[in-house]
Design a protein around this ligand. Structure first.
Ligand code: PEP
Ligand code: MG
Length: 847
C-alpha cells in the first residue's frame, strides 16, 4: 500500500512561502527571490528534499491537488533544485501534459507543426529519462506527424503499454524517475566530488510552461550583463525563436537572434524592443537586489516576457574580481563582502597566463602543479640550450630529470620548466615560483633521454624543438600550442588588494633573491623581503668561477683572496636590494647549500675547471669526490659551513654592512636582518654571532659610519624548534623554514617525495602533500612549541614563516593564530597572501 503524502508537502512559490535553500534547494529559493522582485515568473510549485526522498521510496503525492494550482490543460516542466547548483540533478523534463487531446487543441490554436513538435519532444524526453528507453530509437531529425506516430508506436512496443495520456500519471512518473535518479550511485558520486554531503537532498520545482510556442515572437533565451571573461559590463546571450528554455538558445540554427543590435543579423532589440527593455530593467534590478551579476533565463510568448530562472553568472577569476569591486563601488555590497567573495587562490590566475578553460587540448603527461601559469615553447634538454633559445628570442620549455642550482640561468631563460622528479619544495618548484616561471615537477611517467634529446610518455616521443604547452596551474603538459588567456593586473585587482591591506593584521613579506624578484615583491606591495637566499647570487658566470677557486683554494690566503674578489659583487647585490626595497626590511640568509653544488657534475665540466684553475684533472676530480656527500641535505651545509669555514659568512656580513653604510650615504636608511640557516644548537648561534659582531665593529671603525643590524635564526631543524628558548637568547627573530622542517620532521626527502607522494595521498596516509599544505598536527606542533618557547625567553621576539607554505591561506591562519608577525612567500603569492590575511580578520569579526 503506497504512502500518500499530504497537501503540506509542497509550496506554491510566492513572496512569503516558507521556502529555504536548505529545504527546497537553490532554484526554488532563487525563484522566490525573483517573485519578490516582481519579475514575471510562471506559476511554480516547489517540492522539498524530504518529499522528494519519500517519492523516491514509493510514496505518492496528491497530484490532483497539485495540478489544481495550474489552469486545466496547462503544460508543465519539472526541474531539479539541489542545495547548490554545482551539485547538478536529473535533466529537466518539459511539456508534461502533452497528449493526443492537447495535440489536437494546440493544432487548432497554434498550428499542427507546433503541436507535433511539442508532443514529439515530450515523447522523446519521457522515453529517454522516465521510461529509460534507448534515446537513439526516438531520435527523429525533423518533427513531423510520421515521426510522432513512429515514436508513439516505438514507445508502445518497448513498454508494452500505450504512451500515458493522463497528465497526472505523466507528472507522477516524471517526479518518481527524477527522485530516483538522484539516489543513483553515479549521480551521488558526481555530486560528492563537487563537495555535496552524502545525504544531500534534491528539491523539484513544477512550473507552468511559458511561451516558446506563441503565434507572435516566441522562443527562449539567456541574457547576462557582463563579459564573462573580463567582467566588463556588456549585454551578452542569445535568443532562439523556436526554443522553450534557455538551453535551447545555446544550440545553433537559423532561428537564433542576437540580443542587442548587431550588423551580423537580426536582434531581439529590434524585433521586440519592449521585452528587451524589460530584460535590461530586470537585470539592473536583480544586480541591485540580489547583489550579484545574474544570468536570466527567459521566454517570450507572443512577445510577452516570462522569467524562468536566474543564476549567478559563471565567470573567470578576472571577471569575478571586477564584479565584486564594481558592486562595492556602487554601494551594493560592502568592501568586506567583496573581499570575502574572492577565493584567494583565484588571484594567482590573474597573475599569470592561463590555459583558456574553453579549450580542450590533448594531455601528453601530468605531474605536480608546482608553479602556476601556462607557457608555450619548444622543448630543450639543457640549461645551455635554454639560454641559446632565449638569445634567439625563441620561447622554450626546459626539460630536466631534476634541476640543480646550476640550472638557474636556464630556468631564467625558459618560459616553463618540466622535471621528471621532485615535489612541491624541490629546487625546480621553489625557483619556478620565485621567478614566476610555470613549472610542473614529478612528471614520473615520462622518460627523458637527455643524450638523444627525447621525451616519451604514453607511447609518444617528442624530440628537441617540438612544441608543448606547460600548465603549471593544473600540472598538465599538452601537445602543441594551446590558447592562453593573458594576465590581468588591472586597477580592480589593485583596488581589491588595497582594501585587503586595510583589513589585515599580519605582515606579508616576499622571498626574493635577486633584484628582479625584489622588484616584483615591491610591485606587489610586499612589506619587505623575508628571505633572500644569497647562494643564488653565486651562480652568475663570473662568480661561479671565483666560488670554485674559493672551494679549491690550497691555503687560507688563496681562499681569502677569492672571497675578497667576491665581496664587491655581493656588496653591489645588497646595495641593489636595499635600494629597490626603499627602506622596507630585508632579511638576508647567509650561505646555505653544500659546497659541492657549485662544482661541475660532468667529466667535461671537471676538465674545463681543471684548465681554468691550472690544476691537474686528477686533483680536481679527487677533491670534488671528497666534497660529495651521501645525503647532502643533512651534511655540510648551512650554519655548519659557517662554523667550519667562517670566512664565507665573514665575507657576506661584511658585504651587508658595507652596503648598509653605502645606502646611508645616499640618505636612505636600512637595518639589515641577517639570518643563520639550519641551526640546531645554541652554540652555533653564539659562535657565528660573535664573528658577525666583530665584523660589524671592524666595518664601523674602518668606515667611520654607524649602523644597526638584527640577527635571527632560521628554525628548520626539529631541534631548533624544541630549543627555541635557548636560541632566542641570541636572536632577535626566528623564521620557520618549513621546507626543511617538513623534510626533517617526516624524514622525507623534499626532492624525492614526488615519486610516491600521489600514492600516499590517494591511500590516505597523508591528507595532502605536506610540502604543499603545512602539516598542522606534526610540523605545526613544532611551530607552536618553537613560538611559545622563543617568546617565553624573549617577549619582543619577531616570529615568521618563510618556507613555501608561507603563501598558503591555511598556513597564514595557523601562523596568525600563533601570533606570528609576518609570513614570507614567493613574490607571486604575495597578492594571494594579502587577501587571505584580510579574510581571516573579517571572518573572525563575523563569527
Ligand atoms: C626552508 O627550508 O623552509 C627554506 C625556506 O629554505 P630553503 O628552501 O632554501 O631550504
Ligand atoms: Mg631550508
Amino acid at each position: 500500500m503506497p504512502k500518500y503524502l499530504t497537501l503540506t508537502d509542497y509550496a506554491q512559490i510566492t513572496g512569503s512561502a516558507p521556502i529555504k535553500r536548505q529545504t527546497h534547494g537553490w532554484r526554488a529559493k532563487c525563484l522566490q527571490r525573483l517573485v519578490r522582485l516582481d519579475m514575471p515568473v510562471p506559476q511554480t510549485v516547489a517540492l522539498s528534499f524530504a518529499v522528494v526522498r519519500e517519492i523516491a521510496t514509493g510514496a505518492q503525492m496528491n497530484l490532483r491537488h497539485l495540478l489544481g494550482h495550474f489552469p486545466k490543460g496547462q503544460l508543465l516542466s519539472v526541474r531539479p533544485s539541489a542545495e547548490h547548483p554545482e551539485w547538478g540533478g536529473p535533466a529537466a523534463i518539459l511539456n508534461i501534459g502533452m497528449n493526443d487531446e492537447m495535440h489536437a487543441q494546440i493544432s487548432e490554436t497554434h498550428g499542427a507543426a507546433v503541436a507535433t513538435a511539442l508532443y514529439l519532444r515530450f515523447v522523446q524526453s519521457y522515453a529517454a529519462h522516465v521510461a529509460h528507453l534507448d534515446p537513439d530509437m526516438f531520435d527523429a531529425v525533423e518533427p513531423s506527424m510520421t515521426a510522432l506516430h513512429a515514436a508513439l508506436r516505438e514507445y508502445e512496443s518497448e513498454v508494452e503499454e500505450p504512451f500515458p495520456q493522463s497528465p497526472a500519471q505523466q507528472l507522477a512518473d516524471v517526479l518518481r524517475s527524477m527522485a530516483r535518479a538522484w539516489e543513483g550511485t553515479s549521480a551521488r558520486l558526481l555530486r560528492q566530488a563537487k563537495g555535496a554531503p552524502v545525504d544531500a537532498g534534491l528539491g523539484l520545482v513544477v512550473q507552468a510552461m511559458a511561451g516558446g510556442v506563441g503565434i507572435g515572437l516566441s522562443g527562449a533565451g539567456l541574457i547576462r550583463f557582463i563579459d564573462t571573461d573580463t567582467g566588463v559590463p556588456n549585454v551578452m546571450g542569445r535568443f532562439r525563436s523556436d526554443g522553450q528554455h534557455g538551453a535551447d538558445a545555446l544550440k545553433n540554427g537559423e532561428n537564433v537572434l542576437y540580443l542587442t543590435r548587431d550588423p551580423r543579423g537580426p536582434s531581439l532589440e529590434e524585433y521586440c524592443p519592449d521585452a528587451y527593455a524589460q530584460l535590461l530593467e530586470h537585470g539592473r534590478n536583480a544586480r541591485q537586489r540580489l547583489r550579484e551579476e545574474m544570468e536570466i533565463e527567459f521566454t517570450l510568448d507572443d512577445g510577452k516576457l516570462w522569467v524562468l530562472d536566474a543564476i549567478t553568472v559563471q565567470r573567470s577569476s578576472r571577471a569575478a574580481v571586477r564584479v565584486v569591486v564594481d558592486l562595492a563601488n556602487d554601494n551594493i555590497i560592502l568592501r568586506d563582502e567583496a573581499l570575502m567573495r574572492i577565493p584567494p587562490k583565484a588571484l594567482s590566475e590573474l597573475l599569470h597566463r592561463q590555459v583558456d578553460p574553453r579549450s580542450r587540448p590533448e594531455v601528453f603527461a601530468s605531474g605536480i602543479a608546482a608553479s602556476p601559469g601556462a607557457a608555450i615553447g619548444r622543448i630543450v634538454f639543457s640549461s645551455g640550450a635554454a639560454q641559446a633559445s632565449a638569445a634567439r628570442d625563441e620561447a622554450c620549455i626546459l626539460v630536466r630529470r631534476e634541476t640543480t642550482p646550476e640550472d638557474i640561468r636556464g630556468m631564467h631563460a625558459a618560459s616553463a620548466v618540466l622535471t621528471e622528479r621532485g615535489g612541491m619544495t624541490s629546487h625546480a618548484a621553489v625557483i619556478g615560483r620565485g621567478l614566476g616561471v610555470p613549472c610542473v615537477v614529478g612528471v614520473s611517467r615520462v622518460q627523458i633521454d637527455a643524450r638523444r634529446k627525447t621525451l616519451t610518455a604514453g607511447g609518444r616521443t617528442l624530440s628537441e624543438g617540438d612544441v608543448v604547452t606547460v600548465d603549471g596551474t593544473s600540472g598538465h603538459i599538452f601537445l602543441g600550442e594551446v590558447p592562453l588567456l593573458e594576465p590581468a593586473l588591472d586597477d580592480r585587482f589593485q583596488t581589491l588588494l588595497s582594501w585587503a591591506d586595510a583589513r589585515r593584521d599580519i605582515g606579508i613579506r616576499a622571498n626574493a633573491d635577486t633584484p628582479a624578484d625584489a622588484r616584483i615583491a615591491r610591485d606587489f606591495l610586499a612589506q619587505g623581503i623575508g628571505l633572500c637566499r644569497t647562494e643564488h647570487m653565486f651562480f652568475e658566470d663570473d662568480r661561479l668561477t671565483l666560488m670554485r677557486e674559493m672551494i679549491f683554494a690550497d691555503t687560507a690566503e688563496d681562499r681569502s683572496d677569492a672571497l675578497e674578489r667576491l665581496l664587491p659583487m655581493q656588496r653591489a647585490d645588497f646595495i641593489d636590494l636595499f635600494e629597490i626595497m626603499q627602506g622596507q626590511p630585508v632579511c638576508i640568509r647567509l650561505f646555505d647549500p653544500p659546497l659541492h653544488e657549485f662544482l661541475p657534475h660532468s667529466k667535461e665540466g671537471l676538465r674545463f675547471l681543471a684548465d681554468a684553475l691550472g690544476k691537474p684533472l686528477s686533483e680536481i676530480t679527487r677533491r670534488a669526490e671528497a666534497l660529495s656527500e651521501f645525503n647532502p641535505m643533512l651534511g655540510m651545509r648551512g650554519v655548519r659551513l659557517g662554523v667550519t669555514i667562517p670566512e664565507i659568512y665573514e665575507m657576506q656580513v661584511r658585504a651587508i654592512f658595507e652596503a648598509t653604510i653605502e645606502i646611508s650615504r645616499r640618505d636612505a636608511h636600512i637595518v639589515p636582518e641577517i639570518m643563520i640557516p639550519l641551526v640546531s644548537a645554541m652554540r652555533e648561534v653564539e659562535l657565528v654571532k660573535s664573528r658577525i659582531d666583530a665584523a660589524a665593529a671592524a666595518v664601523r671603525s674602518r668606515s667611520g659610519g654607524t649602523f644597526d643590524y638584527k640577527l635571527g635564526v632560521m628554525v628548520e631543524t626539529p631541534r631548533a624548534a624544541l630549543r627555541a628558548g635557548d636560541i632566542a637568547l641570541h636572536a632577535s627573530f626566528l623564521s620557520f623554514g618549513t621546507n626543511d622542517l617538513t623534510q626533517m620532521t617526516y624524514g622525507l626527502s623534499r626532492d624525492d617525495a614526488g615519486r610516491f607522494m600521489s600514492v600516499y595521498v590517494q591511500q590516505g596516509v597523508f591528507p595532502e602533500d605536506p610540502f604543499h599544505t603545512l602539516d598542522l598536527d606534526g610540523v605545526g606542533e613544532l611551530l607552536r612549541l618553537g613560538a611559545e618557547r622563543g617568546r617565553a625567553a624573549r617577549d619582543d621576539l619577531t616570529l615568521s614563516i618563510c618556507g613555501e607554505h608561507g603563501g598558503n591561506p591555511e598556513s597564514i591562519r595557523f601562523c596568525r593564530d600563533l601570533g606570528f608577525d609576518y609570513v614570507s612567500c614567493s613574490p607571486f603569492r604575495v597578492p594571494v597572501a594579502r587577501l587571505a590575511a584580510a579574510q581571516l580578520v573579517i571572518a573572525e569579526e563575523l563569527s
